[in-house]
Write a new protein. Structure first.
Length: 144
């Protein structure tokens, strides 16, 4: 009699397990999709530096170079803040994340001596304003 109920019991447990896994993955996929949409919403305002992204930023409006380093604790804070709250910046502002450790020409061009330095540039690449440190509120205050 025990064997008569054992096989159907195992089958039910397996089906419940499979259903649980499927629903869990579906929820994870929805969370990832929501995160991706949020990142895409901010992506036009916070981009990794490249010549093409710089051209887009200049065409779009005001461009700010953000000299960032992966090992810099305050850079990590601003990076997270820009990803989460970048939509609070004026619509015509694009922040370009410049790798402090590899972009020596840009550092020399704008006189950058430390990471977490931001430089607003005009459409010709000339420095408009430069400041060190701060978050979203500081960026909004410093913009010209």
């Amino acid at each position: 009699m025990k064997n008569k109920f054992l096989l159907p019991g195992i089958a039910i447990i397996l089906l419940l397990g499979i259903a649980f896994i499927a629903f869990s993955r579906q929820g994870q996929d929805q969370n990832k999709a929501s995160e991706k949409i949020a990142q895409e919403a901010n992506s036009t305002q916070y981009l990794t530096y490249s010549e093409s992204n710089l051209a887009k930023a200049k065409a779009h409006g005001r461009a700010v170079l953000y000299f960032w380093a992966s090992w810099c604790p305050t850079c990590k804070v601003l990076d997270a803040e820009l990803k989460e709250r970048g939509n609070e910046l004026p619509d015509d502002v694009t922040i370009l994340q410049v790798n402090y450790d590899t972009e020596d020409e840009l550092k020399e061009q704008y006189g950058i001596t430390q990471q977490h330095t931001l430089v607003q540039i005009d459409s010709d690449g000339n420095e408009v304003e430069k400041w060190i440190g701060g978050g979203i509120e500081t960026i909004k205050q410093q913009l010209k």
